[in-house]
Ligand binder design. Structure first.
Ligand SMILES: NC(=O)c1ccc[n+]([C@@H]2O[C@H](COP(=O)([O-])OP(=O)(O)OC[C@H]3O[C@@H](n4cnc5c(N)ncnc54)[C@H](O)[C@@H]3O)[C@@H](O)[C@H]2O)c1
Length: 355
Protein backbone atom coordinates (compact mmCIF):
# COMPACT_ATOMS: atom_id res chain seq x y z
CA UNK A 1 0.00 0.00 0.00
CA UNK A 2 1.22 3.50 -0.91
CA UNK A 3 -0.42 6.56 0.62
CA UNK A 4 0.14 10.24 -0.17
CA UNK A 5 -0.80 12.69 2.60
CA UNK A 6 -1.21 16.33 1.64
CA UNK A 7 -0.57 18.73 4.52
CA UNK A 8 1.64 15.97 5.95
CA UNK A 9 3.44 18.33 8.34
CA UNK A 10 0.19 19.62 9.83
CA UNK A 11 -1.20 18.36 13.10
CA UNK A 12 -3.64 15.89 11.57
CA UNK A 13 -1.48 14.92 8.56
CA UNK A 14 1.55 14.07 10.70
CA UNK A 15 -0.51 12.23 13.33
CA UNK A 16 -2.23 10.19 10.60
CA UNK A 17 1.16 9.32 9.11
CA UNK A 18 2.35 8.02 12.47
CA UNK A 19 -0.86 6.05 13.08
CA UNK A 20 -0.87 4.47 9.61
CA UNK A 21 2.74 3.36 10.01
CA UNK A 22 1.82 1.72 13.32
CA UNK A 23 -1.25 -0.01 11.83
CA UNK A 24 -0.16 -1.07 8.35
CA UNK A 25 2.78 -3.28 7.54
CA UNK A 26 4.78 -2.64 4.38
CA UNK A 27 3.31 0.83 3.98
CA UNK A 28 5.02 3.41 1.77
CA UNK A 29 4.14 6.96 2.75
CA UNK A 30 4.60 10.14 0.75
CA UNK A 31 3.90 13.57 2.18
CA UNK A 32 3.61 17.03 0.64
CA UNK A 33 3.39 20.29 2.56
CA UNK A 34 4.26 23.90 1.77
CA UNK A 35 5.03 24.51 5.50
CA UNK A 36 2.85 27.62 5.60
CA UNK A 37 1.34 26.78 8.98
CA UNK A 38 3.59 28.16 11.73
CA UNK A 39 4.98 25.14 13.57
CA UNK A 40 4.58 22.67 10.70
CA UNK A 41 8.34 22.81 10.05
CA UNK A 42 8.68 21.00 13.41
CA UNK A 43 7.19 17.86 11.87
CA UNK A 44 9.38 17.71 8.80
CA UNK A 45 12.28 15.87 10.44
CA UNK A 46 9.91 13.75 12.51
CA UNK A 47 8.28 12.48 9.32
CA UNK A 48 11.64 11.85 7.69
CA UNK A 49 12.79 9.84 10.73
CA UNK A 50 9.64 7.73 10.38
CA UNK A 51 10.61 6.96 6.79
CA UNK A 52 8.05 9.21 5.08
CA UNK A 53 9.26 10.55 1.71
CA UNK A 54 8.65 14.26 2.07
CA UNK A 55 8.09 16.67 -0.82
CA UNK A 56 8.26 20.36 0.00
CA UNK A 57 5.60 21.64 -2.34
CA UNK A 58 2.32 23.44 -2.73
CA UNK A 59 -0.84 21.63 -3.78
CA UNK A 60 -1.98 24.78 -5.61
CA UNK A 61 0.75 24.02 -8.14
CA UNK A 62 0.06 21.14 -10.55
CA UNK A 63 3.76 20.72 -11.28
CA UNK A 64 4.51 20.10 -7.60
CA UNK A 65 2.80 16.72 -8.02
CA UNK A 66 5.00 15.69 -10.95
CA UNK A 67 7.82 14.28 -8.82
CA UNK A 68 5.57 12.42 -6.40
CA UNK A 69 5.40 8.70 -7.24
CA UNK A 70 2.06 6.99 -7.77
CA UNK A 71 0.05 6.21 -4.63
CA UNK A 72 -2.96 3.95 -4.05
CA UNK A 73 -4.67 6.48 -1.77
CA UNK A 74 -4.48 10.22 -1.12
CA UNK A 75 -5.50 11.67 2.23
CA UNK A 76 -6.15 15.36 1.62
CA UNK A 77 -5.23 17.08 4.91
CA UNK A 78 -3.81 20.33 3.47
CA UNK A 79 -5.87 23.43 4.19
CA UNK A 80 -6.12 26.57 6.18
CA UNK A 81 -8.47 25.10 8.80
CA UNK A 82 -9.57 28.26 10.61
CA UNK A 83 -13.20 29.34 10.39
CA UNK A 84 -11.94 32.95 10.47
CA UNK A 85 -9.60 32.43 7.51
CA UNK A 86 -10.42 34.86 4.73
CA UNK A 87 -12.28 37.33 6.95
CA UNK A 88 -9.52 38.44 9.31
CA UNK A 89 -6.22 40.02 8.41
CA UNK A 90 -3.25 37.90 7.39
CA UNK A 91 -5.00 35.48 5.04
CA UNK A 92 -7.22 36.82 2.28
CA UNK A 93 -10.44 35.30 1.02
CA UNK A 94 -8.72 34.66 -2.34
CA UNK A 95 -5.89 32.79 -0.59
CA UNK A 96 -8.44 30.73 1.33
CA UNK A 97 -10.17 29.62 -1.86
CA UNK A 98 -6.88 28.91 -3.63
CA UNK A 99 -5.50 26.76 -0.79
CA UNK A 100 -8.68 25.02 0.31
CA UNK A 101 -10.68 24.65 -2.89
CA UNK A 102 -8.90 25.42 -6.18
CA UNK A 103 -6.00 23.16 -5.13
CA UNK A 104 -8.38 20.21 -4.98
CA UNK A 105 -8.34 19.98 -8.78
CA UNK A 106 -4.64 19.09 -8.63
CA UNK A 107 -5.27 16.47 -5.96
CA UNK A 108 -8.20 15.01 -7.91
CA UNK A 109 -6.22 14.99 -11.17
CA UNK A 110 -3.43 13.09 -9.39
CA UNK A 111 -6.05 10.54 -8.24
CA UNK A 112 -7.44 10.32 -11.77
CA UNK A 113 -3.97 9.80 -13.25
CA UNK A 114 -2.95 7.07 -10.79
CA UNK A 115 -6.43 5.62 -10.11
CA UNK A 116 -5.82 6.45 -6.46
CA UNK A 117 -8.64 6.61 -3.92
CA UNK A 118 -9.26 9.92 -2.18
CA UNK A 119 -10.11 10.64 1.46
CA UNK A 120 -11.22 14.22 2.02
CA UNK A 121 -11.08 15.71 5.50
CA UNK A 122 -14.17 17.87 5.69
CA UNK A 123 -15.56 19.59 8.75
CA UNK A 124 -18.53 20.24 11.02
CA UNK A 125 -18.34 23.74 9.55
CA UNK A 126 -20.30 22.60 6.48
CA UNK A 127 -23.42 22.88 8.65
CA UNK A 128 -25.72 25.88 8.59
CA UNK A 129 -24.78 28.57 11.10
CA UNK A 130 -28.33 29.95 11.53
CA UNK A 131 -29.70 26.41 11.95
CA UNK A 132 -27.04 25.60 14.55
CA UNK A 133 -27.60 28.92 16.31
CA UNK A 134 -31.35 28.24 16.42
CA UNK A 135 -31.01 24.93 18.32
CA UNK A 136 -32.70 25.17 21.69
CA UNK A 137 -30.15 24.91 24.46
CA UNK A 138 -30.35 24.90 28.21
CA UNK A 139 -27.69 25.66 30.78
CA UNK A 140 -26.51 22.65 32.72
CA UNK A 141 -24.12 24.09 35.29
CA UNK A 142 -21.29 25.70 33.36
CA UNK A 143 -22.11 24.17 29.98
CA UNK A 144 -24.82 24.42 27.35
CA UNK A 145 -26.82 21.29 26.66
CA UNK A 146 -29.20 20.48 23.82
CA UNK A 147 -32.79 20.80 25.03
CA UNK A 148 -34.21 17.47 23.87
CA UNK A 149 -37.61 18.10 25.49
CA UNK A 150 -38.57 20.14 22.38
CA UNK A 151 -38.97 18.77 18.82
CA UNK A 152 -35.53 18.78 17.16
CA UNK A 153 -34.82 19.70 13.54
CA UNK A 154 -33.85 16.99 11.03
CA UNK A 155 -30.34 15.67 11.48
CA UNK A 156 -29.85 16.44 15.16
CA UNK A 157 -30.50 14.28 18.22
CA UNK A 158 -29.18 13.80 21.75
CA UNK A 159 -26.22 12.09 20.03
CA UNK A 160 -25.32 15.32 18.25
CA UNK A 161 -25.29 16.69 14.72
CA UNK A 162 -25.59 14.00 12.10
CA UNK A 163 -24.86 13.91 8.40
CA UNK A 164 -28.33 15.11 7.38
CA UNK A 165 -28.35 18.37 9.33
CA UNK A 166 -28.90 21.47 7.18
CA UNK A 167 -25.97 22.76 5.13
CA UNK A 168 -27.86 25.89 4.02
CA UNK A 169 -25.66 29.01 3.87
CA UNK A 170 -24.25 30.93 5.61
CA UNK A 171 -21.72 28.35 6.72
CA UNK A 172 -18.61 30.63 6.68
CA UNK A 173 -16.12 31.04 3.82
CA UNK A 174 -14.07 28.17 5.29
CA UNK A 175 -17.11 25.90 5.51
CA UNK A 176 -18.06 26.72 1.93
CA UNK A 177 -14.61 25.70 0.63
CA UNK A 178 -15.12 22.34 2.32
CA UNK A 179 -18.71 21.79 1.19
CA UNK A 180 -17.72 22.63 -2.39
CA UNK A 181 -14.67 20.32 -2.07
CA UNK A 182 -16.95 17.47 -1.04
CA UNK A 183 -19.01 17.85 -4.23
CA UNK A 184 -15.94 18.14 -6.48
CA UNK A 185 -14.20 15.14 -4.90
CA UNK A 186 -17.33 12.98 -5.19
CA UNK A 187 -17.88 14.02 -8.82
CA UNK A 188 -14.27 13.23 -9.77
CA UNK A 189 -14.56 9.81 -8.16
CA UNK A 190 -17.82 9.13 -9.99
CA UNK A 191 -16.55 10.38 -13.36
CA UNK A 192 -13.15 8.66 -13.28
CA UNK A 193 -14.00 5.61 -11.25
CA UNK A 194 -11.91 5.95 -8.14
CA UNK A 195 -13.20 5.58 -4.56
CA UNK A 196 -13.85 8.74 -2.53
CA UNK A 197 -14.62 8.99 1.16
CA UNK A 198 -15.60 12.26 2.83
CA UNK A 199 -15.24 12.58 6.59
CA UNK A 200 -16.92 15.57 8.20
CA UNK A 201 -14.73 15.87 11.27
CA UNK A 202 -15.56 17.61 14.51
CA UNK A 203 -12.77 19.18 16.51
CA UNK A 204 -9.58 17.16 16.27
CA UNK A 205 -7.21 17.64 19.19
CA UNK A 206 -4.12 16.18 20.76
CA UNK A 207 -0.54 16.66 21.83
CA UNK A 208 1.54 18.48 19.24
CA UNK A 209 -1.33 20.49 17.79
CA UNK A 210 -0.42 24.05 16.85
CA UNK A 211 -2.84 26.02 19.00
CA UNK A 212 -4.08 29.53 18.33
CA UNK A 213 -7.28 31.20 19.59
CA UNK A 214 -8.82 30.61 16.11
CA UNK A 215 -7.81 27.02 15.55
CA UNK A 216 -6.65 24.19 17.76
CA UNK A 217 -8.61 25.55 20.72
CA UNK A 218 -7.90 22.71 23.17
CA UNK A 219 -4.13 22.91 22.61
CA UNK A 220 -4.20 26.71 22.72
CA UNK A 221 -6.26 26.88 25.90
CA UNK A 222 -4.13 24.36 27.81
CA UNK A 223 -0.83 25.91 26.69
CA UNK A 224 -2.02 29.45 27.42
CA UNK A 225 -3.46 28.46 30.80
CA UNK A 226 -0.23 26.75 31.84
CA UNK A 227 1.81 29.84 30.90
CA UNK A 228 -0.67 32.18 32.61
CA UNK A 229 -1.40 34.03 29.39
CA UNK A 230 -4.61 36.10 29.43
CA UNK A 231 -7.57 33.99 28.31
CA UNK A 232 -11.02 35.23 27.29
CA UNK A 233 -14.48 33.73 27.12
CA UNK A 234 -15.71 35.48 23.98
CA UNK A 235 -19.44 35.88 23.29
CA UNK A 236 -22.42 34.00 24.80
CA UNK A 237 -22.46 36.36 27.81
CA UNK A 238 -18.75 35.80 28.37
CA UNK A 239 -19.54 32.77 30.53
CA UNK A 240 -17.55 30.10 28.65
CA UNK A 241 -20.54 27.76 28.36
CA UNK A 242 -19.99 27.05 24.66
CA UNK A 243 -19.47 23.31 24.04
CA UNK A 244 -17.41 21.26 21.59
CA UNK A 245 -16.60 17.59 21.32
CA UNK A 246 -13.10 16.45 20.41
CA UNK A 247 -11.34 13.35 19.15
CA UNK A 248 -7.79 12.36 18.37
CA UNK A 249 -6.39 11.83 14.83
CA UNK A 250 -5.36 8.28 15.82
CA UNK A 251 -9.10 7.50 15.95
CA UNK A 252 -9.61 9.19 12.60
CA UNK A 253 -6.82 6.96 11.25
CA UNK A 254 -8.84 3.91 12.34
CA UNK A 255 -11.88 5.15 10.41
CA UNK A 256 -9.86 5.95 7.29
CA UNK A 257 -8.12 2.57 7.48
CA UNK A 258 -11.53 0.86 7.58
CA UNK A 259 -12.70 2.94 4.61
CA UNK A 260 -9.61 2.11 2.56
CA UNK A 261 -10.20 -1.62 3.13
CA UNK A 262 -13.84 -1.44 2.01
CA UNK A 263 -14.48 -2.93 -1.39
CA UNK A 264 -18.03 -1.54 -1.51
CA UNK A 265 -18.94 0.24 -4.76
CA UNK A 266 -21.49 3.06 -4.50
CA UNK A 267 -23.61 3.67 -1.42
CA UNK A 268 -22.91 6.18 1.31
CA UNK A 269 -19.71 8.17 0.93
CA UNK A 270 -20.12 11.03 3.43
CA UNK A 271 -19.52 10.31 7.11
CA UNK A 272 -19.54 12.29 10.33
CA UNK A 273 -16.69 11.69 12.76
CA UNK A 274 -16.32 13.23 16.18
CA UNK A 275 -15.83 12.62 19.86
CA UNK A 276 -19.60 12.71 20.51
CA UNK A 277 -21.36 13.51 23.80
CA UNK A 278 -18.92 11.57 26.06
CA UNK A 279 -15.99 13.58 24.66
CA UNK A 280 -17.58 17.02 24.87
CA UNK A 281 -16.99 19.90 27.27
CA UNK A 282 -17.45 23.64 27.59
CA UNK A 283 -14.67 26.20 27.77
CA UNK A 284 -15.53 26.80 31.43
CA UNK A 285 -15.19 23.05 32.09
CA UNK A 286 -11.87 23.05 30.25
CA UNK A 287 -10.73 25.90 32.49
CA UNK A 288 -11.77 23.91 35.57
CA UNK A 289 -9.76 20.95 34.25
CA UNK A 290 -6.73 23.23 33.75
CA UNK A 291 -7.20 24.75 37.23
CA UNK A 292 -6.96 21.23 38.67
CA UNK A 293 -3.95 20.28 36.53
CA UNK A 294 -2.00 23.56 36.86
CA UNK A 295 -2.42 26.79 38.85
CA UNK A 296 -5.72 28.68 38.41
CA UNK A 297 -5.75 31.23 35.57
CA UNK A 298 -9.25 32.81 35.45
CA UNK A 299 -10.32 33.97 31.96
CA UNK A 300 -11.72 37.44 31.30
CA UNK A 301 -15.37 37.80 30.33
CA UNK A 302 -15.72 39.29 26.86
CA UNK A 303 -19.35 39.81 25.81
CA UNK A 304 -18.57 40.69 22.18
CA UNK A 305 -20.24 38.26 19.79
CA UNK A 306 -17.95 37.13 16.96
CA UNK A 307 -18.96 36.25 13.44
CA UNK A 308 -19.38 32.48 12.97
CA UNK A 309 -19.34 31.62 16.70
CA UNK A 310 -21.71 28.79 17.62
CA UNK A 311 -22.68 27.85 21.19
CA UNK A 312 -22.95 24.07 20.85
CA UNK A 313 -21.41 21.63 18.39
CA UNK A 314 -21.27 17.92 19.16
CA UNK A 315 -20.93 15.41 16.35
CA UNK A 316 -23.10 12.33 15.90
CA UNK A 317 -20.98 9.61 14.28
CA UNK A 318 -23.86 7.09 14.04
CA UNK A 319 -23.38 6.50 10.30
CA UNK A 320 -19.65 5.74 10.79
CA UNK A 321 -20.56 3.42 13.68
CA UNK A 322 -23.20 1.62 11.60
CA UNK A 323 -21.04 1.11 8.49
CA UNK A 324 -17.57 0.68 10.01
CA UNK A 325 -18.19 -0.14 13.67
CA UNK A 326 -16.30 3.07 14.37
CA UNK A 327 -16.29 5.30 17.40
CA UNK A 328 -13.69 7.53 19.01
CA UNK A 329 -11.76 5.41 21.50
CA UNK A 330 -9.46 7.91 23.18
CA UNK A 331 -11.36 9.47 26.09
CA UNK A 332 -11.30 13.24 26.52
CA UNK A 333 -9.41 13.24 29.88
CA UNK A 334 -6.60 11.17 28.29
CA UNK A 335 -6.54 13.45 25.29
CA UNK A 336 -6.28 16.53 27.55
CA UNK A 337 -3.58 14.91 29.66
CA UNK A 338 -1.55 14.23 26.49
CA UNK A 339 -1.78 17.91 25.52
CA UNK A 340 -0.84 19.00 29.07
CA UNK A 341 2.28 16.81 29.15
CA UNK A 342 3.33 18.03 25.73
CA UNK A 343 2.75 21.63 26.83
CA UNK A 344 4.99 21.15 29.87
CA UNK A 345 7.71 19.57 27.73
CA UNK A 346 7.58 22.36 25.12
CA UNK A 347 7.74 25.74 26.92
CA UNK A 348 7.93 27.61 23.58
CA UNK A 349 4.95 25.83 21.98
CA UNK A 350 2.78 28.94 21.57
CA UNK A 351 5.67 30.84 19.95
CA UNK A 352 6.35 27.89 17.66
CA UNK A 353 2.65 27.91 16.77
CA UNK A 354 3.05 31.49 15.57
CA UNK A 355 1.78 33.44 18.59
N1 LIG B 1 -8.05 20.32 13.42
C1 LIG B 1 -9.35 20.23 13.41
O1 LIG B 1 -10.03 20.42 14.45
C2 LIG B 1 -10.09 19.89 12.12
C3 LIG B 1 -11.47 19.64 12.18
C4 LIG B 1 -12.14 19.33 11.01
C5 LIG B 1 -11.45 19.24 9.81
N2 LIG B 1 -10.10 19.48 9.78
C6 LIG B 1 -9.40 19.38 8.50
O2 LIG B 1 -8.28 18.52 8.64
C7 LIG B 1 -7.22 18.97 7.79
C8 LIG B 1 -5.96 19.12 8.59
O3 LIG B 1 -6.13 20.09 9.62
P1 LIG B 1 -5.02 20.37 10.72
O4 LIG B 1 -5.70 20.63 12.00
O5 LIG B 1 -3.97 19.33 10.63
O6 LIG B 1 -4.45 21.75 10.20
P2 LIG B 1 -2.90 22.21 10.16
O7 LIG B 1 -2.92 23.66 9.86
O8 LIG B 1 -2.21 21.74 11.40
O9 LIG B 1 -2.33 21.40 8.93
C9 LIG B 1 -2.56 21.76 7.59
C10 LIG B 1 -1.25 21.61 6.84
O10 LIG B 1 -1.49 21.90 5.46
C11 LIG B 1 -0.41 22.65 4.98
N3 LIG B 1 -0.89 23.40 3.80
C12 LIG B 1 -1.82 24.39 3.77
N4 LIG B 1 -2.00 24.81 2.51
C13 LIG B 1 -1.17 24.07 1.73
C14 LIG B 1 -0.88 24.03 0.34
N5 LIG B 1 -1.49 24.88 -0.51
N6 LIG B 1 0.02 23.14 -0.14
C15 LIG B 1 0.65 22.29 0.73
N7 LIG B 1 0.44 22.29 2.05
C16 LIG B 1 -0.47 23.17 2.54
C17 LIG B 1 0.02 23.53 6.16
O11 LIG B 1 1.36 24.00 6.05
C18 LIG B 1 -0.16 22.58 7.33
O12 LIG B 1 1.03 21.88 7.62
C19 LIG B 1 -7.72 20.26 7.14
O13 LIG B 1 -8.24 19.97 5.87
C20 LIG B 1 -8.84 20.71 8.05
O14 LIG B 1 -9.78 21.49 7.38
C21 LIG B 1 -9.41 19.79 10.92
Amino acid sequence: MRILITGACGFVGSALAESFLRRMEGLTLYGIDNLQRPGSETNRNRLRSLGVSFFHGDIRSASDFENIPAADWVIDAAANPSVLAGVQSGFSSRQLFEHNLASLVNVAEYCKLHKAGLVLLSTSRVYSIPALAALLLKSAGDAYQLDCSQPLPAGVSAEGIGRDFSTAPPISLYGSTKLASEAIALEYGEAFDFPVWVNRCGVLAGAGQFGTPDQGIFAYWINAHLRRRPLRYIGFDGAGKQVRDAFHPQDLAALIHAQMRTARQGGERVYVAGGGPPNSMSLAQLTAWCDGRFEPNPPEHDHRQRKYDIPWVVMDSTNAAADFGWRAELALPDLLEGIARHAIQHPDWLERSGL
